[in-house]
Design a protein around this ligand. Sequence first.
Ligand code: TRP
Length: 427
Amino acid sequence: MSHRVLTGITTTGTLHLGNYVGAIRPAIAASRTPGVESFYFMADFHALIKCDEPDRIARSSRAIAATWLAAGLDPERVTFYRQSDIPEIPELTWLLTCVTAKGQMNRAHAYKAAVDAATAAGEEPDAHVTMGLFSYPVLMAADILMFNAHRVPVGKDQVQHIEMARDIAQRFNHLFGQGRELFTLPEAVVDAEMELLPGLDGRKMSKSYDNVIPLFEGGPKALQEAVARIVTDSKLPGEPKDPEGQALVTIYDAFATPEQRAAFRAALRGGLSWGEAKQQLVALIEGQIGPMRARYDALMADPAQLEAILQRGAEKARAIAVPFLKELRAAVGLRPYTASAATAVAKAEKAALPVFKQYREADGQFYFKLLSAGGELLLQSRGFEQGRDAGQWVARLKREGWVADAPVQREASDEVISAALAAFQAE
Ligand code: TRP
């Protein structure tokens, strides 16, 4: 069976170079691997948790969708969709919410961080906590379990959420699976690369540190300006420089071939100025990002095309989600009344089987008889000294059907007796 990989990006901003190198680029490469089925989506329901600016959410969703496609994602090859186009996801969230322990959600990092911040500010612990923030891991579990993803590439900060999704899946399987694994247990994949790209100041590139290099926004000029702000040491042009541990060099590495990496290091050791090095970095990045930016701008200028791609993606996703949710609803007991009637009839039919009865008569001997489902006598045995012998004949008749030398009196037609015995073999 093929392997399912799934990941989402929350739609509250635009993407930077670190998102591209750490998430988008490896995800697109993985989507081209044979035997891998990829599911990538805009997590816009998640965006509502931390953002109450409708225009920002709408703009971000569109920009992130355009970014994926501009970077080379093939929507024919993967399932690429907006979370909010799949109403089965919030419905599944509720089914999962009902089996999720509140105590476990109390321990979620995002919630605990909010409580710690409020407490530190002398406020009520839950002062800024919505139910959306509190239940965030359950929504994320629904994203993942809806498509039975095996692997979920995420940053380190999300690993706990994947573990929670596993726990929730396990509990649901246990309660409702009747021995079946309704949900696949997902695994987090934390690529070393996910954490790799440093920002302008050498710390991890992140919006919250205000140290990002924009991916497409602002064009080549913004790229150039950001690179100019990368912190280096203060060695002068001509002075030999140690390339190791320099953010500039690590960012260069993320776009360079092994040969380019070696040449860049050699040049720095040979005295290349930081200014010159920055220009080389801009040229390297722009060579790869530039053509994508052109596609990005074209997609942003054509929302109808983008919308059509996402609608098609939602169709593909729902072709999986709709029938699966139907199964899950039935598993928890949300069934059409006609379906439960059918179950009751099936049970009644199952109950209506012929029966062997074993008993002892006043003569001290052991007997058995076969009765039809309706209670008519079909076979009557002779008497046995030992109850065990009677039992062995019953077992043999159940197992083998009619046996020519069975010590019984036939009380019905051959067909009726054979059909009754056949019912035991079908059991
Ligand atoms: N919560 C994730 C983040 O902030 C985004 C996300 C939402 C996600 N649903 C997901 C990631 C499902 C992986 C799988 O980064």
